[in-house]
Design a protein around this ligand. Structure first.
Ligand code: 3EB
Length: 349
């Protein structure tokens, strides 16, 4: 069975994934495994980004499974484990800060780890012949902790921006969609990405200032990401929505109010979908046809967040929940999404 379109994503438990073993992993491009401890997932052929950020709602582990309808080969370039075809590539890097050199406590190790991880991601993209990434996911331990007077997320932003610059990429405009979330202390830095022969076009949110234009009050180097990428994958357009939060303009709104933050976040995603439809022409995208991943800072907020998302995405779309720190201390929730045009029925293997 091949996917209806070139690229598909499904959220499965490890058991559900194991039940599909009979069909082999030939069409699996890559997997992000979200689990607190090392859940077993042994797949020689497929790169697995092991993220220690935990699922919520009694789910011990969650697999984000990317599948592609084209011949794929597996390999390694530097620190990057990748799997790629002519149209698409998935790659992941896991790097412990202690192994990256530098002192963990003063942030030099994080800077070094991010620099090395990104240098290898970009080298991998160039060697495989992809212009740039469509979407990049970042998970760093203790994202809101201060080291040497600077928040670790801001240090990460500095290293990321330098890496983009060193690799001669744009720092504004057509930059990849992304997210940056926390993981438990002691976890390695994990970066994974999707790239395509069609690198996609960046979409910005009319309700928000572009993140790469954030003023210096959010850090000396602004974060290098676009609000979404619109990629015209061979079998129809696909939208990759970056981590989205309760930010209007450049300011956090509804500090301390998780319900209003979730509502504002969904309003932001609704505006992005409208903007993507305007750019794509017609109405290829709809809130109810996206698949969502929601990061909740405080586990106790799960029910409130879920109720707000469900209310916003009629008819109900699939949503998975993870427990993560978000990259501004005053943000309680962040939501990302992905989806193609058309009916996009949730499909089970
Ligand atoms: C924001 O809008 C919230 O640094 O890669 C969202 C998506 C956020 C991506 C990143 C950060 C990132 O600024 C945080």
């Amino acid at each position: 069975m091949t996917p209806d379109r070139l690229l598909e994503v499904d959220y499965l438990t490890p058991d559900e994934l194991a039940n599909c073993r009979s069909r082999g992993w030939g069409d699996v491009l890559g997997i992000a495994l979200y689990a607190g401890d090392d859940a077993q997932l042994d797949m020689a052929e497929v790169p697995v980004a092991r993220v220690t950020t935990r699922p919520l709602g009694g789910v011990p582990a969650l697999c984000e499974v990317w599948r592609a309808a084209e011949p794929l080969t597996t390999g390694r370039i530097g620190l990057v484990q990748y799997r790629a075809g002519r149209q698409l590539a998935f790659g992941c890097v896991t790097l412990a800060e202690a192994k990256a050199g530098g002192i963990v406590a003063d942030g030099a190790a994080l800077r070094e780890a991010a620099t090395r991880a990104y240098a290898d991601v970009f080298r991998c993209l160039k060697m495989l012949g992809f212009e740039r990434a469509i979407r990049i996911w970042n998970y760093l331990p203790e994202i809101n902790c201060e080291v040497g007077g600077i928040e670790r997320y801001r240090l990460f932003n500095e290293a990321r921006q330098c890496a983009f610059q060193s690799a001669s990429y744009n720092l504004r405009g057509n930059v990849p969609a992304a997210c940056a979330l926390g993981s438990p202390a002691g976890s390695p830095l994990v970066v994974y990405f999707l790239a395509g022969a069609d690198p996609g076009a960046a979409i910005e949110n009319p309700r928000q200032l572009a993140a790469y234009d954030y003023p210096a009050e959010y850090g000396a180097c602004s974060p290098t990401f676009s609000r979404a990428t619109l990629a015209n994958a061979v079998s129809g357009p696909m939208l990759f929505v970056s981590g989205t939060a309760s930010i209007v303009g450049h300011r956090t709104v509804h500090v301390g109010d998780v319900i209003s933050q979730t509502r504002e976040t969904m309003a932001n995603i609704r505006a992005l979908v409208a903007e993507a439809n305007r750019v794509a022409g017609g109405e290829p995208f709809a809130l109810g046809r996206l698949k969502y991943k929601a990061y909740v800072r405080r586990p106790g907020d799960l029910a409130a967040v879920a109720a707000e998302i469900t209310a916003a995405v009629q008819p109900a779309a699939p949503v998975v929940y993870l427990n993560a720190d978000v990259c501004r201390e005053d943000l309680l929730v962040e939501i990302e999404a992905v989806g193609g045009a058309g009916p996009g029925k949730p499909r089970r293997w």
